[in-house]
Design a protein around this ligand. Structure first.
Ligand SMILES: [Zn+2]
Length: 61
């Protein structure tokens, strides 16, 4: 009797013992990155915010 490996939550491939519950360290990193990306919000004004007192910035366009 052997338990079937659960599929990788990222790509659906069978999980490997080395990186459970993922199929590979790569998918493990992807999942971690997704977590951080959703939960981490950088505080501060948006880059498009108008600057009233700093109108002479260099423009590289
Ligand atoms: Zn995977």
């Amino acid at each position: 009797m052997s338990h079937a490996p659960s599929p990788c939550p990222i790509c659906g491939k069978p999980a490997s013992d080395a990186a459970r519950p993922f199929c590979s360290p790569r998918c493990k990193q992807l999942d971690l990155g997704r977590w951080l990306g959703e939960g981490y919000v950088i505080p501060g004004p948006p880059l498009d915010a108008p600057r009233a007192d700093n109108d002479d910035e260099d423009r590289t366009e």
